[in-house]
Design a binder for this molecule. Structure first.
Ligand code: DON
Length: 320
């Protein structure tokens, strides 16, 4: 497909899916996120050569929130090995909301079900290399820098807002501490977790991370293997089975791309190469970033999900 045709399609599909922003609300439980403009919808696709295709609200920045969980999982596996990580956190969907306490109560004692629910993500963040929260955060942000080529920064307002209202996450962290799953103090574990959630990112950078995941940890632009094939494979399994929480089944059925959402309204998606039909776009794979801060009850962008559904259907992106 020609560049103009790709851009025309994206433009049209953003317009067609825009009304889905009406079906969601901004995340209300984190005051700084509640203030986001729920009418926004933007997308960026980065192809194998690093060229980008954008439509809608493309200059937005937003906080990573739960999208950071797949990155911290990858980073920890890269630094400490898959076996070490999978010994502490499982790879099973929960069927409960991302911040539920129920799995702890029902399956005591036990490790968190997966690294994409809050309990699993707090556990993962707490194990990042480094003796202090500052050192752990530095390793995380440097790992991200290795993928996008420059340093991201914390959104201090979101961080403060989340820190002050993290009552449920604090409760989860106390459960983890009781189960001997946290080496850090509760407040330190929460601090590193909330810092990574509060990192501010734009669509192009997020699409780049998606591109690297889609290519099994290989960055086709700088031609470097950033993390191993094995780590990328498990990351993609987690994205498919747990990345969209309790909509993961429907998302796999109707979109079929490894993806991870965040309550700020961002979604990262990793489209692996698909060689067998070359009349469609992006056969060498791509990374996709979508932003639409109106989210549904499961915490996924309403318009972002529908936009991805249309793109995947039209261009046959499903891995299934
Ligand atoms: O811990 C929280 O609740 C938020 N920092 C992140 C939750 C989130 O993004 C869930 N995703 N849809």
């Amino acid at each position: 497909m020609k560049i103009e045709e790709v851009l025309e399609c994206l433009q049209q599909w953003v317009e067609e899916n825009h009304s889905h922003t009406m079906l969601g609300e901004t995340a209300k439980y984190i005051p700084a996120l509640a203030e986001q403009d729920k009418n926004q919808l933007g997308i960026c696709i980065m192809d194998f050569d690093g060229d980008t295709y954008k439509a809608g609200d493309t200059e937005v920045t937003f906080t990573l929130q739960s999208i950071s969980k797949i990155i911290s999982f990858i980073a920890l596996c890269h630094f400490k090995g898959l076996d070490f990580v999978l010994d502490k956190v499982d790879v099973e969907p929960t069927g409960e909301s991302f911040n539920s306490i129920i799995p702890f109560e029902i399956h005591r004692p036990g490790k968190p079900f997966n690294p994409l629910i809050n309990a699993g993500a707090i556990t993962v963040s707490s194990m990042l290399p480094g003796d202090t929260v500052d050192e752990k955060y530095e390793r995380f942000i440097a790992f991200v820098e290795g993928m996008i080529g420059h340093r991201l920064h914390l959104d201090e307002d979101v961080y403060q807002s989340e820190w002050k209202t993290a009552h449920r996450n604090r409760a989860l962290a106390y459960y983890l501490k009781e189960s001997n799953l946290l080496d850090l103090d509760v407040e330190e574990a929460l601090d590193i977790y909330i810092r990574q959630c509060s990192i501010c990112i734009g669509l192009e950078d997020l699409a780049k991370i998606g591109l690297v995941i889609a290519h099994d940890g290989y960055d086709p632009i700088t031609e470097r293997q950033i993390f191993s094939n094995d780590v990328a494979r498990i990351a993609k399994v987690l994205m498919v089975t747990c990345g969209m929480y309790n909509s993961s089944g429907k998302f796999a059925a109707h979109v079929g791309i490894p993806a991870k959402s965040g309550v700020s309204g961002g979604i990262i998606a990793a489209v692996p190469p698909k060689w067998h039909s070359d009349e469609k776009a992006f056969r060498k794979g791509c990374g996709i970033a979508v932003f639409g801060p109106a989210i549904d009850a499961n915490g996924n962008s309403t318009a972002g999900t529908m936009l991805l559904r249309q793109i995947s259907t039209e261009w046959d992106f499903s891995i299934f």
